[in-house]
Write a protein that binds this ligand. Sequence first.
Ligand code: CP
Ligand code: NVA
Length: 301
Amino acid sequence: MIKAKDVLTLDELDKKEISQIIELAINLKKELKKDTMKPLLKNKTLAMIFQKPSTRTRISFETGMFQLGGHAINLSAQDLQISRGETIQDTAKTLSRYVDVVMARVYDHATLESLAQNASIPIINGLSNSYHPCQILADLMTVKEKKGKLDGLHLAWIGDGNNVCNSMMIGCSKVGISMSIATPKEFAPDSALVRQCKKNISIDLVQEPKIAAKGADIIVTDTFVSIHDDPKRIKKFLPKFQVNSKLMSSAKDSCIFMHCLPAKRNQEVTSDVIDGPQSVIWDEAENRLHSQKALLASLRI
Ligand code: CP
Ligand code: NVA
């Protein structure tokens, strides 16, 4: 069991808890393949609230609850009375009387904080404009599977210092992965968060992708235009911040390529890299299922 009630940024979990979730996730993955799953969440219900679209998050959470013997309810924000002005506070209190856990994908991170403050049940962030903790649990699980360890590796983040990058910094700082982050100056990650994470790991902020990629064990990118962003910003990234085979060649030969998906092929990453031998994106996507099941089973529900 983890100590925190909610998981909104990933900072709620310590190194030991993250390692335990990853270990459980790896076991749950094996059990699923052997068809020896235990109903760890029998008769438990997850409510999923989506203010934004989703493929992986929605399907992996719903499937995960089913595989653990529980049930999930999918709610677009339009389906709820929130769309007619009912407050987040009243919604949180109401949901707490029906379901055991809530996962919400929202625009403003403060919406999640308000849900968490007012609900007596755990709240999981399924992506906000500021953080994406579930993605990073899957990413760290994938790195553990591919590299056999986490501590001591070096990860290069290329592109936008966005919500996924923020949670990646938190995750890496917890498990001891050092980082280089290459972004256009105006799209660097949150400086207060960088300072906080730098207490545990080295983080180099640069504007040259090649410098960030040098000697990396892992190269990660994400879309240059997140769901909440103005599409015009793309001009600031292309062509310099694209992950292509030339950039990959600056990293170690054993470097893996990761992307949370959805990808805009031939924008942030070329097709030859995302489909190439160093790419682990499909394992990464699959691991959303296993790592979220492990997270759900580790919450106090
Ligand atoms: N990576 C991720 O969160 O994907 P979806 O937006 O499809 O859920
Ligand atoms: N940064 C992206 C991640 C999508 C999973 C977004 O917020 O749209």
